[in-house]
Design a protein around this ligand. Structure first.
Ligand code: ATP
Length: 743
């Protein structure tokens, strides 16, 4: 026996604790109308996780709690517990991996409580579990939530009334295929979740893609910038060293040259000053003055000589006159008068020379002289000539002296003239030298000016170099500053144009670096690496997810195929049993289940056709669910084919035949039948009773009945009565009592 016990407390009319012991194959519950028998059936539905309160004839979960009577107060919760035998370990929870949920017990007790607020609580052997776990647990022993094994009152023909799709569901459940559905559902849920993850990951990747593209470009830029930086460093190394060498060289050379030039300038100026001092022009004019002086001296000497010559003439005249005076005649007169005339002429000449010559005065003088001469007698005079002779020779000596002097002076002039010529030549030379020196001085001065100008250029270059260092430090780091102390090699050939070229190159690189917009490169690289590895991770994850999807899809496919296959073979088996039971019930005829395709129209119409994707999804979904079960019957001696045309009793019998067929193929642990026999006549009740006995060999039966025949087949009878306190009471009774109680 699988079903062992049912305990209820506070459930519907069962205010007091009631325990049913189902230790026999057939247990019958009997009692008057309204005593609470159906409440027992509903208690079984309830504890097995029924979610439809309607199927338990209630509006809300709270309606299931004993609502109180005059004697017994309203209760706050309803509890039902059902206990199964698990000594054969028939229960399993395939998709529950909760290690705490052990099913390794001889008994399995499921309990459910509902509270006034409608909340539910489920336990499995005292452990809290979820409703889902209960569903899976009972599915593992072929009892399902569709309740095919619990036929409620008035539902005897439920299988006939159901729609083809519902029938299929019930059949699947009875065939124990519900577990496949759970697993398929679980698989599909996982599949959907996995697809969702893929969508999320792919969307993140899509979002990342342009960012990665951007970052890649940035990284390329940074790498390019690094290359430029490296090139810049070596260009700087070359440029800065060469520039500072060039500057040093320039400074050194310029200072040296300037010093030399300054010395040269001093020398030139000194020489110029010296030339100015010993001016040859001065000496020439001095010599020329000397010549003039000597010439005037010569002229004076010549005049003296003339005077002396005249005096000699007079003396000679005197001598001549003296000689004449010694003889008679006129000789004396003429001689004296000529001498006097000559004296007179000398006097005139002297007057004229002194500027005081006056013709009247001269004439007067001449007349006075003549008068004077006329008065004196021309008598011969006795004269001594020796005195004249000595005067004459003295005068001649004087002339000789003068001649000698003059000769000496003329010689002196000649000498001076030679000096003048020399001096003049000398002066010309010195002029030339002076000119040359001046040119030299100008040349030196202008060279110095050039050097000074160059020095200011060098100073400018030094300033530029300083600022270049500042920029270089900012661009390539402070290491570059080490170059400042780099030894300057003066022997190296300095190529200014190469330096300029290099500097130009540096400027170009700086501009390119600036264009690339340096700064924050570390952040960009880190972000790039992070993003790329995140993208790679996502890619791997997507691949993993796709392979998980493939696995899930094939698992689901397998499960579906298995379900389909087992369903088909199940239907064949059921049909065999159905036929047998049907023939037994109706004494002939035929009955079978047919797998049919359910019409799509209705569902399709309800689909929003504008949303194609959704429509496709649903269509696919539909196709799987589109199989249903039809029941074809043909009664003996009747041409009834349509189920609708059967009588109430016939419907019940057909339904019962099918129910029993199901139970035969895949026996559920128990079957609860609430007045399924209500519509049967005596003959059929007999057959029904036989079948119950038959069925009970494999399946435990709990039958609620008013039927005496049915009661007679039960091993245990429970009587349910409604006490004066309006609460159901349970009593175990004998058959005879049961018959009485039932009435
Ligand atoms: P019949 O033989 O006519 O089918 P039955 O024995 O199956 O009758 P039930 O339908 O099980 O009787 O019981 C109905 C009784 O249970 C009613 O009297 C109803 O008032 C009572 N009942 C239902 N719900 C509650 C509740 N929440 N609290 C108290 N009593 C309740």
């Amino acid at each position: 026996m699988t079903l062992k016990r049912l305990e209820m407390h506070g459930f519907k009319s069962f205010a007091k604790r009631a325990v049913f012991d189902f230790s026999a194959p057939v247990t019958s519950i009997v009692g008057p109308n309204g005593s609470g028998k159906s409440n027992v059936v509903e208690a079984i539905r309830f504890v097995l996780g029924e979610q439809s309160t309607k199927s338990m004839r209630s509006k809300t979960g709270a309606d299931l709690i004993f609502k109180g009577s005059k004697q017994i107060g309203k209760m706050s919760r309803a509890m039902v517990a059902i206990t199964f035998d698990n000594s054969k370990r028939i229960f399993s929870l395939p998709s529950v991996d909760d290690q705490n949920l052990s099913l390794d017990f001889d008994e399995i007790t499921i309990s459910r409580e509902v509270f006034a607020d409608g909340a539910n609580k489920y336990t499995l052997n005292g452990n809290d579990v979820r409703l889902k776990d209960i569903h899976e647990l009972i599915a593992s022993v072929n009892i399902g939530s569709s309740g095919h094994h619990i036929i409620s009152q008035g539902e005897a023909d439920r299988l006939l009334n159901s729609k083809p799709a519902e029938r299929r569901e019930m059949l699947e459940e009875s065939l124990g295929l519900k577990l496949y559905h759970y697993r398929i559902k679980e698989g599909e849920r996982k599949l959907e979740k996995t697809r969702e993850h893929v969508r999320e990951a792919e969307s993140i990747r899509r979002e990342l893609a342009p960012h990665i593209k951007f970052l890649k470009k940035q990284v390329e830029k940074i790498e390019k910038a690094r290359e430029i930086e490296i090139a810049l460093v070596s260009a700087y190394e070359k440029y800065l060293v060469e520039e500072q060498s060039a500057i040093a060289r320039k400074q050194f050379a310029s200072e040296k040259e300037k010093k030399n030039l300054e010395t040269d300038l001093l020398m030139v100026e000194d020489r110029m000053a010296h030339i100015a001092e010993s001016s040859a022009v001065d000496s020439v004019s001095h010599l020329e003055t000397e010549i003039a002086r000597v010439r005037s001296e010569i002229r004076n000497l010549a005049r003296n000589r003339d005077d002396i010559g005249r005096q000699i003439g007079r003396v000679e005249g005197m001598i001549e006159a003296a000689k004449m005076a010694t003889k008679p005649g006129k000789v004396g007169v003429s001689t004296v008068s000529l001498l006097d005339i000559e004296n007179l002429a000398d006097e005139f000449e002297a007057l004229a020379k002194n500027g005081g010559f006056d013709l009247h005065q001269a004439i007067a003088k001449l007349r006075a002289y003549i008068t004077d001469k006329k008065g004196s007698p021309a008598e011969p005079i006795q004269v001594d000539t020796s005195e004249f002779e000595s005067s004459k020779s003295e005068l001649e000596t004087q002339i000789a002296e003068i001649d000698h002097k003059t000769g000496a002076l003329e010689q002196q002039i000649k000498t001076i003239e030679i000096q003048v010529a020399e001096s003049r030549k000398l002066s010309q030379d010195s002029e030339r030298t002076k000119y040359e020196l001046s040119a030299k001085r100008n040349e030196i001065a202008s060279r110095i000016a050039i050097l000074v100008n160059e020095e200011s250029h060098v100073a400018e270059r030094i300033e530029n170099l300083k600022s270049e260092y500042v920029q270089a430090e900012a661009l390539v780091g402070s290491g570059i500053l080490d170059l400042k102390s780099r030894f300057v090699n003066h022997d190296v050939e300095i190529n200014e144009s190469a330096i300029r070229q290099n500097h130009h190159e540096i400027e170009r690189m700086k501009i390119r670096l600036e264009d690339m917009g340096g700064g924050g490169s570390g952040d960009v690289l880190a972000e790039h690496d992070e993003t790329v590895s995140r993208d790679a991770f996502l890619e791997r994850e997507i691949n993993d997810l796709y392979s998980a999807i493939a696995t899930l899809e094939s698992t689901i496919k397998e499960l579906k195929e298995k379900l389909q296959g087992e369903f088909k073979t199940g239907i064949v088996k059921i049909n065999r049993e159905f036929e047998t039971f049907f023939k037994l019930m109706f004494g002939g005829g035929e009955a079978k289940l047919a797998v049919v395709d359910i019409e799509k129209r209705k569902r399709k119409a309800s689909t929003d056709e504008t949303d194609e994707e959704v429509a496709e999804d649903i269509e696919e979904d539909e196709q799987e669910k589109e199989q249903g079960i039809d029941i074809d019957v043909s009664l003996p001696r009747k041409k009834v084919k349509d189920l609708e045309m059967l009588s109430g009793g016939e419907r019940s019998l057909t339904s019962i035949a099918l129910l029993f067929a199901l139970s035969q193929v895949n026996p559920p642990p128990f079957l609860v039948l609430d007045e399924t026999d209500a519509a049967l006549d005596e003959a059929n009740s007999q057959k029904y009773g036989d079948m119950i006995e038959n069925l009970a060999r494999q399946t435990q039966l709990v039958v609620v009945t008013h039927n005496r025949e049915t009661m007679s087949r039960a091993n245990i009878l429970y009587g349910v009565t409604l006490g004066s306190d309006d609460a159901s009471t349970l009593l175990s009774i004998k058959f005879e009592e049961a018959v009485k109680v039932a009435k």
